[in-house]
Design a binder for this molecule. Sequence first.
Ligand SMILES: C[S@@+](CC[C@H](N)C(=O)[O-])C[C@H]1O[C@@H](n2cnc3c(N)ncnc32)[C@H](O)[C@@H]1O
Length: 189
Amino acid sequence: MSKIAVLRLGHRIIRDQRITTHIALVARAYGAHEVIITGDRDEGLIKSVERVVERWGGDFTARFEGSWKAVIRNWKNAGGTVIHLTMYGINLPDIIGEIREKWKAGKDLLVIVGGEKVPGEVFYLADYNVAVSNQPHSEVAALATFLDWLQEGKELTREYPNARLKIIPQSRGKKVLVLKGSADETGNK
Ligand SMILES: C[S@@+](CC[C@H](N)C(=O)[O-])C[C@H]1O[C@@H](n2cnc3c(N)ncnc32)[C@H](O)[C@@H]1O
């Protein structure tokens, strides 16, 4: 399947730490391969995402980039498709089929989520401006819904290779398998 990356615009180190972390966690748990962050450089944020990947597996990566414009330009030059999530766009049910077809045909997708203020140019550089309802809400909710509709729920049963920890689903209580030989088992975290 083609690649899905998430571009988070305009991270602010103090105000956005929690919400940008949630964007990265949602991107990983909902089947994206990578999160690219622009705005304030925040090494602590990257490290916390890397710790999640070390413990819970998969090959998800997180990185900072200085220029969102260069990220979008490079993505398009490489033949990928750029989707900007905005409440002003075409509502998801009316456009997701077309985007899914491109993705299934091999186009890598870059999904952009904004912060407080999104530069107007983003609306023109994107191939698609997509709304998850034409009502204001949250970049985390918009991202989760978009990724879920794109993959039609299949991302929820995905396996995460090289995990140290694996949850054994329970109808009540918590059961976590600590995989043999992992740092979590030996205490060397
Ligand atoms: C605090 S909101 C800002 C709302 C902004 N005026 C807009 O263009 O959607 C931050 C981000 O959440 C996402 N967002 C909020 N509501 C959305 C919606 N209904 N559909 C898609 N994305 C949304 C967008 O990526 C937006 O840049």
